[in-house]
Ligand binder design. Structure first.
Ligand code: CP
Length: 316
């Protein structure tokens, strides 16, 4: 497996390997500081980022390399040089390419033309790196991922899709509590359900936030208006997604020791109540820290050729 484009491209063994590697790097952050000595990794961000960009830059440093941060305006890509030509050129300079952009197809084109690993740092459809940090955080706080009950509430966006695919791979039970108009595409749910059931887990979809939250080990949410969504949708989204806010009342339906998760940045008072976000059950800062340890693990595993991957499903 050369690239990390979607969580569903990983095998179950790959996820296990990456989580174990991330734990090792967390315990011993500079264990492989020679891996990228004298080498570079390019980090291209066409959308804003705090966690992903800084964690990947820090990860490159921990592996002994130099991160080169780029935006569309820095490159001829922004003036019409093709994705494929850019990919061929970057492959001559760097050991890996981390890319945050809009269209999933652009990342796939880049990966096909590049001879180096390409890592999806968020597209409109997927956020695989976030999903690995989410699993690591759940593992740390719940002890086991198998049969762990995760409830994702709100917009069925890229974060929800990657979380669902990650949960399916580890045999967790995930419920997506989303209004029908903001739910994950049925074909993606179907593919994840097949994977989950093969691993002893389940994928459930409901438009009832209380049903989703009841008995959960973790309640998870994300912003209601993602990067790339039109601002004009803000009011209607707030109205339709309002009942899915993770409030103290909703947390009370989950297990007494359930955790609150959010990929961040958060909008307190919208998708999450301030008292939950800053309360004792919130693990969002651990989740954010784990972006770093999983970023180191992803770079290490791809550069060293440690992942087997599998043929992506057409519906993934
Ligand atoms: N969660 C996440 O991807 O954060 P950034 O947008 O700050 O990278």
């Amino acid at each position: 497996m050369k690239d990390l484009i979607r969580t569903s491209d990983l095998s179950r063994a790959d996820v296990k390997y990456l989580l174990a590697r991330a734990q090792k790097f967390k315990a011993n952050p500079h264990a492989r500081r020679n891996l990228l000595a004298g080498e570079s990794v390019c980090l291209y961000f066409a959308k804003p980022s705090t966690r992903t960009r800084v964690s990947f830059e820090a990860a490159v440093n921990r592996l002994g390399g130099c991160g080169i941060s780029l935006s569309p305006n820095d490159m001829q890509l922004g003036r019409g040089e093709t994705i494929e030509d850019t990919a061929r050129i970057i492959s001559r300079y760097a050991k890996a390419f981390v890319i945050r952009t809009f269209k999933d197809d652009d990342v796939e084109r880049f990966a096909r033309a590049a001879s180096i690993p390409v890592i999806n740092a968020l597209t409109d459809g997927h956020h695989p790196c976030q999903s690995l940090a989410d699993l690591l955080t759940l593992l740390e706080h719940r002890g086991s991922l198998k049969k762990c009950r995760i409830a994702y509430l709100g917009d069925g966006n890229n974060v929800a899709i990657s979380l669902m695919q990650a949960a399916a791979l580890v045999g967790a039970d995930i419920t997506l509590g989303c209004p029908a108009s903001y739910s994950v595409k049925p074909e993606l749910v179907r593919a994840a359900r097949i994977e989950a059931e093969a691993n002893g887990g389940s994928v459930t979809v409901t438009d009832d936030p209380s049903a989703a939250a009841r008995g959960a080990d973790a309640l998870y949410t994300d912003v209601w208006l993602s990067m790339g969504d039109p601002d004009a949708e803000k009011e209607v989204r707030q109205r339709e997604l309002g009942p899915y806010q993770i409030s103290e009342q909703l947390m009370a339906l989950a297990k007494p020791d359930a955790v609150f998760m959010h990929c961040l940045p958060a909008h307190r008072g919208e998708e999450v109540a301030e008292a939950v976000m800053d309360g004792p059950r919130s693990v969002v800062w651990d989740q954010a820290e784990n972006r770093l340890h999983t970023s180191v693990a992803v770079l290490y595993a791809l550069i060293e050729g440690k992942l087997e991957g599998r043929a992506p499903s057409k519906s993934a």
